[in-house]
Design a protein around this ligand. Structure first.
Ligand code: AMP
Length: 394
């Protein structure tokens, strides 16, 4: 990896400001409903503690929109982190200011100070230099480990790196090396599977992946725009009319580049967009006017699973159907299962695909589940991620 990591620098005795992702979902009573992100931060936090650093952690939680709204306090996270690590975690009353500066200055090696929600200050998302400077003044080294936010240039993800030596933590290190390798030096054949609702959101990814992969599978609501571009009837299915021409162009580019672009050969279609809608399965070219595509069909599930099983590397992002409704979740689950059973290097990004994997208990059978939906998409697009660009080169 081109960027320095925590293993490339001395951390002993240093006050280290680590930007982690503790944007965890909360229940109505304020308890944490999913602690995956806290657990994911532990390798970096433990490494810093074990190597004698004074650890200052910072994160955002929810959308307090620049106001001090205590329902978005990181207090539940401080409590859970202390339990998980069995060390004292002190929650600062804010993320900047005199009192916080005093607490940071008095911090001892092996102790953790968790700063209060960064987004209590609107300057965070504005990447305000003064705010970034104040954050940086708390520490002597900056560690970036919140992959979910590196595609945003915020004060805590990019701004602070102007004022401190800046390195990657283990989570970001793994994201960059696994995804970087898959794009630049993949075990072939490289198969990309893209799904979800909007063609618009995935244009950049498709365009970049057409230069990299051997097979590109398109499923989910997105597929119907490609059907339409091929002249198929799609009934009332999702259609990105503005990008019809582009869909056609992308299919032509795939052909010209020798990339096998694969669309569903059958679909589960329904009378309405509803969990209890009447539904049936039809071949791709036999859509019924007035009905809409909700999931990929049996034959498609088998075909996609075969492609996944014989792949060298699989990159999957986006559901194959309206998986929120049980009648239309089979396609997404089939891809999750195929990824789990494949001997390929499997990389899953995007919240929906990742939760399908977790729900089915396949998480430990996947090479890498990306912790950042938006960030992983931008990485796959080949875009520069500001929070990564800000780190020191090796
Ligand atoms: P995205 O945010 O673009 O990845 O899209 C995710 C959403 O796409 C999920 O909420 C799915 O329900 C939705 N989706 C997937 N397939 C379809 C479909 N055939 N029709 C409508 N929505 C779909």
């Amino acid at each position: 990896m081109a960027k320095k990591t925590i293993q490339d620098v001395e951390v002993k005795g240093l006050k280290v400001l680590a930007r982690v992702d503790y944007n965890v979902p909360l229940n109505e009573d304020g308890s944490i409903s999913d602690e995956t992100r806290i657990v994911a931060s532990l390798p970096t936090v433990k490494y810093l503690l074990d190597n004698g650093a004074k650890v200052i952690l910072c994160s955002h939680l929810g959308r307090p929109k620049g106001e001090r709204k205590m329902e978005f306090s990181l207090a539940p996270v401080a409590k859970r982190l202390a339990e998980l690590l069995n060390v004292k975690v002190t929650l600062a009353p804010d993320c900047i200011g005199e009192e916080v500066e005093k607490m940071a200055a008095e911090l001892q090696a092996g102790e953790i100070l968790l700063l209060e929600n960064l987004r209590f200050h609107k300057e965070e998302e504005k990447n305000d230099p003064e705010f970034a400077k104040k954050l940086a003044s708390l520490a002597e080294l900056y560690v970036s480990d919140a992959f979910g936010t590196v595609h945003r240039a915020h004060a805590s993800t990019a701004g602070v790196a102007e004022y401190l030596p800046a390195v990657a933590g283990f989570l970001i290190g793994k994201e960059l090396s696994v995804m970087g390798e898959a794009l630049e030096n993949p075990v072939r054949p490289l198969v990309a599977i893209l799904g979800g609702a909007k063609v618009k959101d995935k244009i950049g990814v498709i365009t970049n992946l057409l230069n990299k992969c051997d097979t590109l599978i398109i499923g989910g609501g997105m597929a119907y725009t490609f059907y339409k571009a091929k002249g198929y009837e799609i009934g009332d299915s999702l259609l990105d009319e503005a990008n019809l021409g582009l869909a056609k162009e992308l299919m032509e580019t795939a052909k010209a580049k020798g990339v096998n672009m694969v669309l569903p050969v059958d679909n589960v279609i329904a009378t309405d967009f509803a969990a209890d809608a009447e539904y049936k399965q039809v071949p791709a070219d036999q859509f019924i006017p007035g009905w809409q595509g909700m999931d990929i069909g049996d034959k498609t599930r088998e075909m996609f699973a075969e492609i996944v099983k014989s792949a060298g590397t699989v990159i999957w992002n986006g559901p194959m159907g309206v998986f929120e409704f049980p009648n239309f979740e089979k396609g997404t689950e089939a891809i999750a299962e195929a990824c789990a059973e494949s001997n390929a290097i499997t990389i899953v990004g995007g919240g929906d695909s990742a939760s399908a994997i977790t729900k089915l208990g396949y998480a430990d059978k996947i090479t890498h589940i990306s912790t950042g939906g938006g960030a992983s998409l931008e990485f796959l697009e080949g875009k520069t991620l500001p929070g990564v660009a800000a780190l020191n080169d090796k």
